[in-house]
Design a protein around this ligand. Structure first.
Ligand code: SIN
Length: 321
């Protein structure tokens, strides 16, 4: 594997977090330890790299709750740059858990990479009594080096999840992620990947020019999420439309149903040119096709991922027009 590379991009998160000196797993600050510092905490890395060089780059140092369009653009451009290098076998990205599934889906939908892009994280800060970050980082590098790996995945607590299915489902457990009905792609143990199924080839959803659209747009299309819930009010929709929203994802009840108070305002929004999609508030099942509705459904995508899909779709159209 001489002259081959794995590239590690650091963006912050709890995996790079430190507490106030007490080794406390709570009450810490995310995004403190450099990506070089994370590598230093995993002495086994050279063994799993099997002769490959690990190139490290600090793209950002944030708490991922604060993820935004500018940082996503910077990360996507660095990923596109490294994925285009013939001597790069795969990428690993360290990231906070809070918006990990969004970044994973964003990169998946935008780049549809053939090579592995493996996001990893931690639920305990780097200086916790038993930090989970070093093992997760090692496992992520193992996946990035695996010959069968391709596309964007998430590695946490020994489990490999696909970008479309993965969701954070727990606020403090170390295995905080789940793939719902789809199930995990693989498990990692003893520096070996045990595949449950073949990672599906990524689909180039937005065409080759999508990355250029994102690189060139100074302001991305505004897409907001609102929930259909008991006591929902049409005023919320009308206020967003007045404020210039271009797309609305309704986190709908059950199989994509909407509170009757929202429907007229959503129809007005649609007539005014706002794209309105229905996703479901339920963690599993998605919205099954077949129900008659004036509003398209987001299928199996969660509301936060449907928001990204609609944003990328609007960005592609905006770039062409
Ligand atoms: C973050 O998302 O950056 C903080 C929380 C975490 O990584 O678990």
């Amino acid at each position: 594997m001489a002259n081959r590379k794995i590239v590690l991009l650091g963006t912050g998160g709890t995996i790079a977090g430190t507490s106030s000196g007490s080794g406390n797993a709570f009450g810490y600050t995310a995004g403190q330890v450099s990506v070089e510092g994370l590598v230093a905490s995993v002495p086994l890395l050279p063994r799993v790299l099997a002769g490959r060089t690990l190139v490290v780059e600090q793209v950002a140092q944030v708490d991922s709750k604060d993820m935004d369009d500018a940082l996503w653009r910077a990360l996507a451009l660095r990923c596109a740059h490294w994925l285009a290098q013939d001597d790069v076998d795969g990428l690993v990205i360290t990231h906070g858990t809070d918006t990990l599934e969004e970044t994973a889906y964003f990169l998946h939908a935008l780049l549809a990479p053939a090579k592995p892009v493996v996001l990893t994280c931690a639920m305990r800060p780097a200086d916790a009594l038993s930090a989970d970050g070093p093992q997760n980082l090692l496992d992520a590098v193992v996946v990035a080096c695996d010959a069968a790996a391709r596309g964007v995945s998430v590695v946490c607590a020994g489990v490999v999840h696909g970008a479309e299915a993965v969701q954070k489902i727990h606020t403090w457990r170390l295995d905080a992620f789940d793939s719902g009905d789809a199930g995990p792609l693989a498990q990692v143990a003893r520096a070996t990947v045990f595949w449950a199924r073949n990672p599906a080839p990524a689909l180039a959803r937005y065409g080759e020019s999508a990355i250029n659209s994102i690189a060139n747009l100074s302001i991305w299309p505004r897409v907001e999420i609102l929930a259909s819930h008991a006591g929902a009010r049409a005023d919320t929709v009308r206020a967003l439309v007045r404020d210039g929203v271009q797309g609305l994802i309704v986190a709908a009840t059950g199989n994509g149903t909407l509170h009757h108070a929202l429907e007229p305002a959503l129809l007005e929004a649609q007539a005014a040119g706002v794209q309105v999609w229905r996703a479901t508030r339920c963690a599993n099942g998605g919205v099954l096709p077949g129900e008659a509705s004036p509003f398209p459904d987001a299928g199996a995508l969660s509301p936060v991922k449907a928001r990204i899909a609609l944003q990328l779709q609007l960005a592609a159209v905006q770039q062409v027009s």
